[in-house]
Design a protein around this ligand. Structure first.
Ligand SMILES: [Zn+2]
Ligand SMILES: [Zn+2]
Length: 141
């Protein structure tokens, strides 16, 4: 933790699966959102794309920030992925003002929780919690 303008500033570290892309985000993080649209389901391979958005001034690459590969649909939408391991990596979506950060990349606790779910109308029918769902701290097999 360091002090910025007299206030404590927590730095949150993130990385891709192979760790060739690493970055830091200065906190606080004001909530994580999940997008359940059909595009986000495809690029994440799961029910929702957990992410948060920060101003670019609070984000910095610590390694590999130039190593991403961007896939773009005809409408301009698309994920940027680590060129080595394929993890989605942070990217700007508005010309550099704000950075979209996949929340699952974070190595440090964020001190927040889900504040928003969007495109719930596109949610997969299985993407809900059964009352009988069992939770384990690790794979029980
Ligand atoms: Zn990687
Ligand atoms: Zn989406």
């Amino acid at each position: 933790m360091r002090l910025v303008g007299g206030a404590p500033m927590t730095t949150h570290r993130g990385s891709c699966l192979c760790r060739s892309v690493t970055f830091e985000v200065d906190g606080p993080i004001n909530g994580v959102g999940s997008c359940h649209c059909s595009k986000c389901r495809k690029v994440s391979g799961t029910g929702g794309n957990a992410q948060f958005i920060v101003r670019a001034g609070r984000f910095r690459w610590t390694a590999g920030g130039d190593g991403g590969t961007r896939f773009t649909l005809p409408d301009g939408w698309g994920p940027t992925r680590c060129g080595k391991c394929g993890s989605p990596i942070p990217a700007s979506f508005d010309g550099g003002e704000r950075i979209w950060v996949p929340a699952g990349l974070m190595d440090d606790d964020l001190g927040t929780d889900f504040k928003m779910h969007i495109f719930c109308g596109s949610r997969a029918d299985w993407d809900r919690e059964s009352p009988a769902a069992q939770h384990y701290d690790e794979d029980p097999r």
